[in-house]
Write a new protein. Structure first.
Length: 277
């Protein structure tokens, strides 16, 4: 269970869940070069688009955010409104859903940000970049990562080789040496790098690991898992073989040959009713 490393996939950049459309089936509707059952298509796919224009994202909402959705035509991207009208010209190498009033785009092999009027809000200047989340966006300059705010101001200098993609509950993972810790939104170290691996915060707690000093049959170091709070205090002992994030007040853990749910005090509990969320 390690920090997420960067990929250039659409979903990694934006946090949007993508639906891959594959395998022809009976009673089809056609989108791009893929086919799916018409009843499985999200309602937004019924929106009439201009000729040869397609939604860039096929998901529950076709990538609509803040009234606009990215579309593609002839390998170029732009945006349409909820009526299917082109609002931002289809001229960009890449374009992603809006968040915090801005959309990540690529032009001339550099990344920048557009506002909802289609004007350039932050000039394309980054080797790589991510969509905004909670007022911050991860960006890459040369081989280092940092964060900018919605004005394009550098709030965390690009100095890290490994850093999380988004701030979760006000904190983001970073790696220093061979240990993981957390930064706050100003770039200050909120939790010192003291863990062998770590995950994002969820419901106020984050899963972390420490090496046991033992190795498996292949010589790979073994770890134990537990949870810390936002002060960095271990609140659930680092003793489990595997843990999952807290959701609906409970986390699934593996302890030897047993697997069960625990509450935020580390006590066994019933499986939560996720449908009530």
């Amino acid at each position: 269970m390690t920090i997420q490393t960067h990929t250039s996939s659409y979903s990694q950049r934006t946090g949007w869940l993508l639906l891959t459309l594959m395998m022809p089936m009976m009673s089809h509707a056609v989108i791009s070069t893929h086919t799916v059952d018409e009843e499985d298509l999200p309602a937004c796919t019924a929106i009439a688009l201009p000729e040869d224009v397609e939604f860039a994202t096929i998901g529950s909402d076709c990538g609509y955010a803040e009234g606009l959705a990215p579309v593609i035509k002839n390998d170029r991207y732009g945006y349409v409104n909820e009526s299917g009208k082109i609002i931002i010209p289809i001229i960009y190498q890449e374009a992603y859903p809006f968040s915090d009033g801005l959309a990540l785009y690529r032009q001339n092999d550099k990344y920048g940000y557009l506002n909802t009027s289609g004007k350039v809000a932050i000039e394309p200047q980054y080797t790589d970049a991510w969509g905004f989340w909670a007022g911050r966006a991860k960006s890459q300059q040369k081989s280092k990562y940092g964060f900018i705010d919605t004005k394009g101001k550098v709030v965390i200098k690009p100095q890290y080789e490994v850093v999380g993609d988004w701030f979760e509950e006000g904190l983001v993972l970073f790696k220093q040496g061979d240990r993981y810790g957390y930064l706050d939104k100003s770039g200050k170290v909120a939790i010192a790098p003291s863990f062998d691996s770590a995950k994002d915060f969820s419901e106020g707690l984050a899963a972390v690991t420490l090496k046991t000093g033992e190795t498996d049959a292949d010589g790979v170091a073994l770890h134990k898992y537990g949870f810390i709070d936002k002060t960095g205090q271990v609140v659930i002992d680092i003793k489990y073989d595997l843990v999952y994030d807290f959701l609906a007040g409970a986390a699934y853990v593996v302890d030897g040959d047993q697997a069960y749910y625990i509450d935020k005090q580390g006590k066994p509990t019933a499986m939560p009713n996720y449908s009530e969320r």
